[in-house]
Design a protein around this ligand. Structure first.
Ligand SMILES: C[S@@+](CC[C@H](N)C(=O)[O-])C[C@H]1O[C@@H](n2cnc3c(N)ncnc32)[C@H](O)[C@@H]1O
Length: 208
């Protein structure tokens, strides 16, 4: 199964085979890492792309905080939920069923790209590099990308999100991005011991 098929199956069955549990990332609220970065860094109101937006909590928070949001995902079930939540919250978000690795997203270029748990899902170095290059092509000059990634420094016994090293992140993104900050953190989670994460804020390199 591809990454996209595995996620589609999880949303359909409500079960995540690799995590022995329900869609554990879908915590019903925006991630505090996103809120902290957007409220403490000079990120101006702009068009933002939420890649692998899932059921939309982060997209909705961004739309409520002066961003024009496009959310993209490969699961129609997740997107249907996202649309329902946005309508209930009375906010405008453009949710699209598009595979980010295969298609250009309408609305580019964006000023800010966010992803929580999409980039980290790809286990091959080549796919992560392709993902990073694609993010760069969707961004304006000097545009920003914030990614939240499972952290391989967590030595865990049981299941959890995919884990990547700092090197994995740097290797994939550095050709296209200057790293502004790479911080060890944890996911916003409903679990008493939230999984460790990296949060990496980057700026698209100037092409000379
Ligand atoms: C771990 S979930 C995170 C969902 C959401 N960002 C959140 O924080 O709740 C990863 C998401 O990426 C989506 N996804 C995986 N591959 C994708 C691709 N190629 N293009 C767009 N979305 C993708 C999955 O369907 C899934 O919703």
């Amino acid at each position: 199964m591809t990454v996209e098929e595995r996620y589609r199956e999880s949303y359909k069955t409500g079960y995540t085979p690799w995590d022995y549990t329900y869609t554990p990332w879908d915590v019903g609220q925006p991630d505090f890492n996103l809120i902290e970065v957007v409220t403490t860094k000079p990120i101006q109101s702009c068009k933002v792309l939420d890649i692998g937006c899932g059921t939309g909590d982060n997209s909705i928070w961004l739309a409520q905080n002066r961003f024009q949001v496009v959310g993209t995902d490969t699961s129609d079930i997740a997107l249907q939920k996202a649309k329902e939540k946005a309508s209930k919250a009375n906010v405008e978000c453009d949710f699209m069923l598009v595979d980010f690795l295969k298609n250009k997203i309408k609305g580019a270029p964006f000023g800010f790209v966010f992803d929580r748990g999409c980039f980290h899902s790809f286990s091959s170095e080549n796919d992560r590099k392709r993902f990073a290059k694609n993010v760069a092509t969707h961004l304006e000059e000097a545009g920003l990308w914030l990614t939240i990634v499972g952290n391989a420094d967590e030595h865990r016994q049981g299941p959890g999100p995919p884990q990547r090293t700092a090197r994995d992140i740097v290797f994939a993104v550095e050709p296209y991005f200057e790293i502004i900050s790479l911080q060890s953190t944890h996911f916003g989670s409903n679990h008493p011991i939230p999984p460790r994460a990296w949060r990496c804020l980057m700026q698209k390199r100037y092409v000379t």
